[in-house]
Design a protein. Structure first.
Length: 255
């Protein structure tokens, strides 16, 4: 398959979009013993190299298929060289205790938040999204806290499912951008997304409240956490990223 140029981010394809494609390949390789879809519980991706407009090929395989829990692995390659490796855990729902300790932040609804456009030279992929910051924090705003919080939905208003949540988990700029006034490359080396049972019932409404925050940065690396909630306050997914923090502003490439 070919990655559309419109999904470019900085110097390669948007990592969340490529990870969502990997999830699709992982799910498609799972035969399913009952013929019914098996919800994904977690998906992880290691980004080995930037993905460009060359043909992208996924090779997925089932590692284990059980009655309730299954695991699959995938490798994506371009020009014969691997650019991504990943894996996923799929699991059927069942009875069990319910608990959450991560309530949705109290913010205005999407319609009361102003729209915000990311610069095309840094994030061309954002043309597929509608972003409405829910607080005063902005990328490159020179703030005091490495955190961004915004309502996000796809421009085509598609309902949220696991694959679209992977994209949105990586849609906001690195949270360190909230501290800075000049951009610099902060590419993702690893991304893992965990899904809650709120996703089991199928696609939810089109808006998600997305928060990304840097938990630690030092030595040229950063650890970031993201959380995604539905419009009715249900936690949909949690994500964690390892990012490399590079020197200089770099040269974005969108062609």
């Amino acid at each position: 398959m070919l990655i559309d140029r419109s999904w470019t981010s900085w110097s390669g394809a948007h990592g969340g979009y490529v990870a969502a494609l990997a999830l699709a390949a992982l799910h498609d390789c799972l035969p399913g013993r009952t013929g019914h879809p098996v919800p994904v519980r977690t998906v992880g991706a290691h980004f080995l190299a930037p993905v460009d407009q060359q043909p992208l090929r996924f090779a997925a395989r089932v590692l284990r298929e059980g009655r309730r829990t299954s695991m699959s692995a995938v490798t994506a390659s371009q020009g014969g060289a691997p650019v991504l490796t990943g894996s996923a855990v799929f699991g059927r729902g069942g009875s069990g205790p319910a608990y959450t300790d991560l309530p949705a932040p109290a913010v205005p609804p999407p319609g009361d938040c102003p729209p915000f456009a990311l610069p095309a030279d840094l994030a061309l992929f954002a043309s597929h999204l509608e972003i409405r910051p829910a607080t005063d924090a902005r990328p490159l705003g020179g703030g005091e806290r490495a955190e961004l919080l915004a309502w996000i939905r796809f421009a085509d208003r598609r309902p949220l499912d696991a694959r679209s949540l992977v994209v949105l988990a990586d849609a906001l700029p690195p949270a360190l951008f909230a501290l800075w006034t000049v951009p610099r490359p902060v590419p993702t080396a690893e991304l893992t997304v965990h899904f809650t049972d709120a996703v089991d019932a199928g696609p939810t409404s089109d808006w998600a409240l997305v928060r990304i925050r840097t938990e630690h940065a030092g030595g040229g690396w950063a650890i970031e956490n993201s959380a995604l909630w539905s419009t009715d306050g249900r936690l949909l997914a949690l994500a964690r990223q390892a990012r490399a923090v590079r020197e200089g502003s770099g040269t974005p490439r969108v062609e």
